[in-house]
Write a protein that binds this ligand. Structure first.
Ligand SMILES: Nc1nc2c(ncn2[C@@H]2O[C@H](COP(=O)(O)OP(=O)(O)OP(=O)(O)O)[C@@H](O)[C@H]2O)c(=O)[nH]1
Length: 443
C-alpha cells in the first residue's frame, strides 16, 4: 500500500525537494535579446539570486539576436563559463530566462555544475519562504508540476543525481516510477489544497456576511507592502529586503477613524514572468485581491524601473480579473528620493496616487484619508423595489444606507429611495442572493 509516509520517504531519498544551499557560488547570465534594459534585468536577477541565498561571483550579459537552440547562450559563451567553473569553484549558473528541458540538460552536462533557469530560481525562493500550511502546499505542488513537465520530456534533475560519471538517463522503469510517484504526490497535494481553500473561502464568506470590506495591498516584490501593512495596522509582519518575504496572505483589521473598519490584506509580491506554475498555485492567494473592495497598489518610488513593475502588476491583475476594482497607487519610500508626501491624480491612468514613506510614517494619514474617502465616496443613489416579503432586506437597507423616501405601490411593492455605498449594495446583493430583485432605477 502506498501511504503518504512512503511517498514522502521515497521523495526525500530522491531529493525531490532539494534546494540550493545558502552561499552557493553562482554566475548570473542574462541574454540580451534587445527586449529589456539589460542592466536592470540582471540587477533583478541578482536580487533574486541573493534572495535564494547565492553568492554572486559574476554577472554576464550576453548579446544575441536569438537564443541558441542547443546551449541557449551559444557554444562559445558556454565554453568560457565551462573554463571558469572548475578554476573559480562555481557551483551554479543562474540563467535569467526559462530554458527548455534540453537546453537545461545540455548546459548542465557541459558545465558540470547546477544550472537553474528563472522559473526554477523563483520556485526555489518560494520554497524557502512559504510559511503557512497552504503556502507550503502550493509551492510544493508548483515544484512537482514543474518537475513532472520535465519528466514527460524525459529528463529531470533526479537523473543527474543518480547518473554518476556518464550521467546516463534513468531506465524506463526508473522513469516510470518517478512519474508515478510524482503523480500520486501531486494528486494528494491537490486534494489537501482543496480542503484548505474551502476553509479560506468560508472565512471570506463570513467576512462578507458581517459586511466587512477588504482592502488588499498588491505590488511588485520588495515595494514595501509588508512594511506599509505593519505601519497601518501596527502588526509585526515579516518585512525583509529579500524578495518575496511575504508569500501568504495576511489579514488584519484596519480602523478607519469614523467608526468604520476594513480588513487589510497583505499579498504575495509580483514579479516579471512569474512562472505559470506559480501563477496557478497562487491564484487562490491572489483571489483575496479579486474579492476586495479596494486595491492599494504599492510601488517603490525609488526604483528607476518602477514603470515596468507597474505594468507587470496591471497585467497580472487583469489576468485574475481584478483590474476593474477601485484602486489607489501608493508610491512608497519617498524618504529615499527626498520627496514630500502628497496626493495627486494621474490623469492618464485615471487613478489617485498617494506618495508616502512607510518607514518614516510620513504620509500615512493621507493614505488613511484616501481609503476612507474611497470607502465612503463610492455611493449610489437610486430607487429600489422590494416585494412585501423582503422585510429583512428593508431593515438592512435602513442599517446600511440613508433612506430618502419610501412609497408603497398599488401591487404592495415598496419603492425605496436610498443612498448607499456601492460596496454595501453589492454585498447585500451577494449575501442575500437578491441580485435580480434589487433594481436601481435612478442611479
Ligand atoms: N527607505 C525605505 N525603505 C522601505 C520603505 N518601505 C519598505 N522599505 C524597505 O523595503 C524592503 C522591502 O519591504 P517589504 O515590506 O518586505 O516589501 P514587500 O513588498 O512586502 O516584499 P515582498 O514580500 O517581496 O512582496 C525592506 O527592506 C523595507 O525595510 C520606506 O518607506 N522607505
Amino acid at each position: 500500500m502506498v501511504t503518504s509516509e512512503t511517498i514522502n520517504g521515497a521523495a526525500s531519498e530522491l531529493n525531490l525537494f532539494e534546494r540550493p544551499a545558502g552561499g552557493e557560488r553562482a554566475i548570473l547570465v542574462h541574454l540580451d535579446l534587445g527586449e529589456l534594459p539589460p542592466e536592470a534585468a540582471i540587477d533583478e536577477l541578482e536580487a533574486l539570486a541573493v534572495s535564494a541565498g547565492a553568492e554572486v561571483v559574476d554577472r554576464l550579459i550576453i548579446r544575441r539576436n536569438r537564443p541558441d537552440p542547443r546551449y541557449f547562450i551559444g557554444r562559445g559563451r558556454m565554453e568560457e563559463i565551462q573554463a571558469r567553473v572548475a578554476v573559480e569553484g562555481i557551483e551554479a549558473v543562474l540563467v535569467n530566462h526559462p530554458l527548455s528541458p534540453s537546453q537545461g540538460r545540455n548546459l548542465e552536462r557541459a558545465l558540470c555544475c547546477r544550472v537553474l533557469d528563472r522559473t526554477e530560481l523563483i520556485l526555489d525562493i518560494f520554497a524557502q519562504r512559504a510559511r503557512s500550511h497552504e503556502g507550503k502546499l502550493q509551492v510544493e505542488l508548483a515544484q512537482l508540476r514543474h518537475m513532472a513537465s520535465r519528466l514527460v520530456r524525459g529528463w529531470t534533475h533526479l537523473e543527474r543525481q543518480k547518473g554518476g560519471i556518464g550521467m546516463r538517463g534513468p531506465g524506463e522503469t526508473q522513469l516510470e516510477m518517478d512519474r508515478r510517484m510524482l503523480g500520486v504526490r501531486i494528486r494528494q497535494l491537490e486534494k489537501r489544497l482543496q480542503r484548505v481553500q474551502k476553509q479560506r473561502e468560508q472565512g471570506r464568506q463570513s467576512r462578507r456576511k458581517r459586511d466587512v470590506a477588504t482592502v488588499s495591498l498588491v505590488g511588485y516584490t520588495n515595494a514595501g507592502k509588508s512594511t506599509l501593512f505593519n505601519a497601518l495596522t501596527q502588526a509585526e509582519v515579516y518585512a525583509d529586503d529579500r524578495l518575496f518575504a511575504t508569500l501568504d496572505t495576511t489579514l488584519r483589521r484596519l480602523e478607519l477613524s469614523h467608526g468604520d473598519a476594513v480588513v487589510l490584506a497583505d499579498t504575495v509580491g509580483f514579479i516579471r514572468d512569474l512562472p505559470h506554475q506559480l501563477v496557478a498555485a497562487f491564484r487562490s492567494t491572489l483571489e483575496e485581491s479579486v474579492q476586495s473592495q479596494l486595491l492599494l497598489h504599492v510601488i517603490d518610488a525609488s526604483d528607476p524601473e518602477r514603470a515596468a513593475g507597474i505594468e507587470e502588476v496591471e497585467k497580472v491583475l487583469a489576468d485574475i480579473g481584478a483590474h476593474e476594482l477601485p484602486r489607489l497607487r501608493v508610491y512608497n519610500k519617498t524618504d529615499l528620493i527626498g520627496g514630500r508626501p502628497r496626493v495627486t491624480f494621474n490623469q492618464d491612468a485615471g487613478v489617485t496616487e498617494v506618495w508616502l514613506s512607510a518607514v518614516s510614517g510620513e504620509g500615512l494619514e493621507l493614505l488613511h484619508e484616501e481609503v476612507r474617502r474611497l470607502q465612503g465616496a463610492e455611493r449610489v443613489h437610486g430607487r429600489i423595489r422590494l416585494t412585501p416579503s423582503q422585510g429583512r432586506l428593508r431593515s438592512r437597507l435602513f442599517e446600511l444606507g440613508e433612506v430618502l423616501g419610501e412609497q408603497t405601490e398599488a401591487c404592495g411593492d415598496l419603492l425605496m429611495e436610498i443612498e448607499i455605498r456601492r460596496t454595501d449594495l453589492e454585498r447585500l446583493r451577494d449575501n442575500e442572493g437578491l441580485s435580480r430583485e434589487i433594481e436601481l432605477v435612478d442611479a
